[in-house]
Ligand binder design. Structure first.
Ligand code: ADP
Ligand code: ASP
Ligand code: MG
Length: 240
């Protein structure tokens, strides 16, 4: 059994939340399940980095922006791996390029062209939990790229497809997909299940809960997504 789980920025925002994710991951490992955790940068890290870069050069090279922003996810991957280590399990973190995520050269909104699953597979075979920095890859020219805001969701689906994972779970700060943004509309209702087509049109019209390319790829590859709360237990929403 192999599960790919993705944790968003809020879900890893402080030590308590890192621990909560690490406990969930190690509980699966204890049952003999292979786990690949794809992570976003913690909290508002990406927004803060964008603001800092703009103070240095408001028109900085997009390739340098990508090299910079990718570090946010790398920090959170290593931090989660260390949190898992503190629970007595062996975990390795990997950057997008180490994890075989290849993209085109459209800096700032690169598309994944292919995924080489071998580096992650090798670590899983050694019995390691693998934590992959989301949102990033490497171009044909060997430059670091990023996949567009919210792109870690897409990394998770791409890895789930390449590794032929049994499940792909997206852990976030709401307990599933609603008909409207539940933070803005308290009377929004949660779907138990939603089809790809409806989910894609919601993602394209700005529902940031799932990256639109993540939904496109899940649909194309027939990957069922489970959208779940990282902060409380509950049934969530099945997409697909
Ligand atoms: P993560 O950091 O986990 O990737 P995001 O902030 O990208 O999380 O996405 C989760 C947010 O998406 C929620 O906090 C919610 O406000 C927003 N959202 C917008 N539309 C919807 C919707 N239809 N259903 C659920 N959440 C939605
Ligand atoms: N950290 C990136 C962002 O804030 C990617 C992600 O969260 O998925 O857009
Ligand atoms: Mg997101």
């Amino acid at each position: 059994m192999l599960i790919v789980q993705k944790y968003g920025g809020t879900s890893l925002g402080d030590e308590g939340r890192l621990l909560r994710a690490a406990r969930r991951i190690t509980a699966l490992a204890r049952q003999g399940t292979g786990v690949v955790a794809v992570v976003s940068a913690q909290g508002n890290t990406t927004d803060e980095m964008i603001a800092r870069a703009a103070r240095v050069n408001p028109r900085g090279a997009l390739s340098e922006m990508d090299a910079y922003l990718a570090a946010g996810e790398q920090m959170s991957a290593a931090l989660l791996a260390m949190t898992i280590g503190a629970l007595g399990w062996s975990a390795v973190s990997m950057t997008g390029w180490q994890a075989g995520i290849h993209t085109d050269s459209s800096f700032g909104f690169a598309r994944i062209t292919h995924v080489d699953p071998e580096p992650v597979r090798k670590e899983l075979e050694k019995g390691n939990i693998v934590v992959v920095a989301g949102f990033q890859g490497i171009s044909e020219e060997g430059r670091i790229t990023t996949l567009g805001r919210g792109g870690s969701d897409t990394t998770a689906v791409a890895l789930a497809a390449a590794l032929e994972a049994d499940r792909c779970q997206i852990y976030t700060d709401v307990d599933g997909i609603y008909d409207r943004d539940p933070r803005r509309y308290p009377d929004a209702t949660r779907f138990g299940r939603i089809g790809y087509e409806r989910m894609l049109s919601m993602a394209r019209s700005g529902a940031q809960v799932l990256h639109d390319r993540c939904v496109e790829m899940a649909w194309e590859k027939g990957i069922k997504l489970e959208v779940l709360s990282a902060l409380e237990d509950g049934p969530g929403t099945i997409v697909g």
